[in-house]
Design a protein around this ligand. Sequence first.
Ligand SMILES: C[S@@+](CC[C@H](N)C(=O)[O-])C[C@H]1O[C@@H](n2cnc3c(N)ncnc32)[C@H](O)[C@@H]1O
Length: 462
Amino acid sequence: MSSISQIESLQASLNAALDALRDEMKRLSLPELSSTNPHRHSMDEPGFVCSPRLYEARRLAIAALGEIKNIIQYPFEKVVQQSCAVYDTACLDILLKTGVIDQLADSSVINDGLDVHDLQKTLDLDPAKLTVVLRYLASQGWLQETKEGTFKLTRAALELSEGHGGRDWIYFSTMPPVAQSLLAQITHPEWKHSQRPDQCAFQLAHNTSLTTFAWMKQHPEKLGPWAKAIQAMGDAYHAPMLYDFPWKKFDSQTFIDCGGGLGNLSIALSEILPQSQFIVQDLDEVITKAQPNIANRAPIASQEGRITAEVVDLFAIQPRHGEGFVYLLRHVLHNWTNENCIKMLKNITEVATHSSTFIIIEVVSQPNSLSNATPTQGEIVTLDDLIGSDTYRAITPPPYIPTNFGASAKTSLGLGTHMMGLFNARERSLREWTEIVNSAGLKVVEVHSFRGMVSAIECKFA
Ligand SMILES: C[S@@+](CC[C@H](N)C(=O)[O-])C[C@H]1O[C@@H](n2cnc3c(N)ncnc32)[C@H](O)[C@@H]1O
């Protein structure tokens, strides 16, 4: 580890990251970033392709800021802030469900905001109480208090306004009741060592013996919002999904999109692989939604029969196999325990030809520990090495930055915790994924890191 102090080192990483960020933005002729600009920045659009250096500069800056905060904050204050973290969710809920966000997103007030007394007139909410909530949210970057009691949306908050993926995601938040039962799951006298998907916080929270998927089936009103939330997640990482994997080498091959949901991955791939066929497989309640979605989003490929959707239970033997088939599993295995993942994969490997490829798109988790990498132990990749590069490579974490980039990994770590509460599943490391694929008779050929949370683990028969 370097001899300079921790803060000095983190400050140097932060400066290097911000310099690279500004440099890349200038190179790409992007407008300045600002929290107070009430209009979306092109970098906020799901289709925006972040250059590898820009992506890594952002990731490093957030990681460095997180580490610096961890060092300089008064520990007692950190405790109190954490104890109040449930109010982050509660206040965001108020912003959304009382209609305050829609009032503030109106084009007539988007630039100047509204006074809480104006909000009182339209929404009949107490202005003093509203101030408490909105000021708390302002401290977290959702709002700007332009003068006492007047609030306007920030750029980040626009993601929560009508027509954006963040709105679909947050409206289907299943987190609070599951989070409240997580302690009971972890300490449950009979279930604490269970790997079963029907012995989790979800069952305790909803007082049910059904698995999460079976419970959802019995609550059809939840299925539409759930599908939209999953779609929002897929759309948010659409560009890296297409750019950071060498899909073209599979053009003309048949893709089986196992647990493909609404079929959005197949739809996106059908546009760049015009010679390929796509078969989306899922449970019947999902396929009834996938079919109109495919017809709507990919009318030509759908009419030509290049993308079809069919009901297949992944716990039964895979009905589709042939030379060079590509089996896609995106965000499917993370819902299941090791045993069930192996069963699902074996249901395919038992019938698939040896020329088949398996592409598992999931988070590949890293420890939160500091890297011991030294120049002699392999290649060190820095932000400067990415200058002018279109090919994504993750940079090596600099001194005092955790291997998983700490604060930058919070999204996937939070989702991993939720997976545990919903399914007794979790995000896995490469070692854990390798064990699973090996147990199903496969080997990992290559791991392709994406500019965004997940990686593609390319596997072939062992
Ligand atoms: C998190 S979603 C991912 C959807 C899609 N792959 C994507 O990336 O957008 C997991 C999918 O697995 C499906 N699924 C769960 N159990 C299944 C089963 N036994 N057979 C087939 N699909 C299943 C769910 O219905 C859901 O659509």
